[in-house]
Design a protein around this ligand. Structure first.
Ligand code: BG6
Length: 486
């Protein structure tokens, strides 16, 4: 019998993401037979009280996703238990260990990362780091390379690397895995996937929400550390990596690390030309008046709520192909996409007079709000005009053109895939220590360049795509962010 312990089991992440994910997995018959799910937190409550809270959270989420069933809940309820613990105290963890039995134990730390070090040390003493145990660490692990190493040293003092699962929930998103299928399950893209054919790559993660009451965490991190260090660099790696020889964890992660090692460091001299920091001011978002970041924070702050960066990958495949990344809060849309912008045709036989301008091909991998992969190509406008007219069309590559391919009944929570993989011991979609280190190293250099160049965030209005300087970052090179309008 296997067990899953959720440390921080009553917290926001557990209630909003982890427990609903487990419910859906159970609903679909995907949880290991006999799996026990044990919430563990400081709060002195009974298992029955905890289960009531879980019921409320899971039901609300499942009803809105159209997947609520009393039978599935009854199954999940039978697996649930709760223990009030001080996770930094081995004596408090021992009864938890006894409750888990002798099967495989996966512990998910959904608590403040400042406690990771002390918790893993206590887990080791309490026998929760033995060979049959695994640990899942939620981000952020550290706020720079040094603090990452400090925490991770404590983790590796208790667990082997193969037992450690560092989560980046973006890797659990269906379209991210589809990107791997697209690149390595087809022959037609790979020969084009280089600086001969690709002009540039864009990665956008836009959010309409503000920071709100998360500011005590966010003010320490900012958009660079909260989003770019992890989610966005992971997406960049999957686009840029060489074909791995296998889909096993080390083959894939070896290739990702090589990309991170090839990222050109950003120096203080060029920081202003290749990076943009922004912070939202008071204004209107989705028709509602919203406060500025500083009003939410309650005082002046130099933390960026928007970042745009031009990254260059110094290797044979990508030399001369800029990767533009941007992310921010209170932007005009919740949209996450990767755009592979191909080069224009070398010589046009069409774009004279009214025959239509030839747009370069573009592959858009959309993660949110919809999950889709589409390719825009030029096409002849139907008709008997003597002079050939062209128009761009978008072909969706995700679910097939004839509708026969199975479309999933609902969008899965990214944690569903990751929880299953962690419990099965498959770390392909998790971040290895050297990957996280390389990502921190590059991000630390960006942050140092900002402080050496004294680069402060530029103000931007809510409901926009960030400071104007972000558009300039591309227009200066004759390019533009994808607007999604064509
Ligand atoms: C988290 C960040 O990792 O990702 C949040 O800490 C952000 O600030 C969130 O809002 C975005 O995730 P998603 O899946 O909604 O794009």
């Amino acid at each position: 019998m296997a067990a899953l312990i959720l440390f921080g089991g009553g917290g926001d992440l557990a209630m909003r993401m982890l427990l609903p994910s487990l419910y859906f997995l159970d609903h679909d018959g995907l949880l290991p037979e006999g799996l026990k799910i044990i919430g563990a937190a400081r709060s002195e409550e009974t298992p029955a009280e905890y289960i009531d809270k879980v019921h409320e959270a899971v039901k609300a989420r499942a009803e809105s996703d159209g997947g609520w069933s009393e039978d599935s809940w009854a199954r999940m309820k039978a697996r649930l238990d709760y223990r009030a613990v001080d996770a930094t105290d081995p004596a408090s963890l021992e009864p938890l260990k006894a409750l888990c039995g002798s099967g495989e134990i996966t512990s998910f730390l959904a608590v403040s990362p400042s406690l990771y070090g002390r918790i893993v040390t206590a887990m080791k003493t309490a026998g929760l780091a033995e060979r049959n145990c695994r640990i899942v660490l939620e981000k952020p692990v550290g706020r720079d390379l040094e603090s990452f190493r400090e925490i991770d040293d404590a983790v590796s003092g208790a667990f082997d690397e193969r037992q450690v699962f560092r989560i980046d929930h973006y890797l659990g998103k269906e379209t991210v895995q589809n990107l791997i299928a697209l690149r390595f399950g087809n022959t037609i893209f790979e020969p084009l996937w280089n600086n001969l054919t690709v002009d540039h790559v864009q990665i956008t993660v836009g959010e309409t929400v503000g920071v709100g009451d998360r500011w005590p965490y966010y003010d320490e991190y900012g958009a660079l550390r909260d989003m770019l260090q992890n989610h966005m660099l992971q997406l960049l790696c999957l686009v840029a990596m060489e074909p791995p020889s296998d889909l096993d964890p080390d083959s894939v992660r070896n290739e990702k690390v090589k990309v991170l090692r090839s990222l050109r460091p950003i120096t203080p001299e060029e920081a202003e030309r290749v990076t943009v920091r922004g912070q939202y001011v008071e204004g209107t978002s989705e028709g509602q008046p919203v406060p500025s970041y500083e009003q939410e924070r309650g005082q002046a702050s130099d933390t960026e709520t928007f970042v745009a960066i031009r990254a260059d990958i110094d290797n044979w495949r990508w030399a001369g192909v800029p990767f533009f990344m941007r992310t921010g809060k209170r932007l005009s849309e919740k949209r996450t996409e990767i755009v592979i912008q191909f080069k224009p045709v070398p010589h046009s036989i069409f774009d004279h007079g009214d025959r239509g301008v030839i747009e370069a091909n573009r592959l858009v991998i959309e993660l949110q709000p919809d999950e889709d992969i589409s390719l825009s190509v030029m096409n002849k406008k139907p008709g008997l005009d003597q002079r050939m007219q062209l128009q761009p069309i978008r072909m969706s590559l995700s679910w097939g053109m004839d509708g026969k391919e199975a479309k999933p009944p609902r969008r899965r929570i990214a944690y569903e895939r990751l929880l299953l993989d962690a419990m099965a011991g498959d770390s392909t979609l998790f971040v290895r220590r050297d990957e996280a280190e390389q990502a921190w190293k590059w991000v630390d250099e960006v942050s140092e360049a900002w402080s050496n160049a004294d680069l402060k965030p530029l103000a931007y209005d809510p409901g926009t795509w960030g400071p104007e300087a972000s558009d300039l970052l591309l227009s200066r090179t004759g390019r533009a962010w994808n607007t999604g309008d064509d």
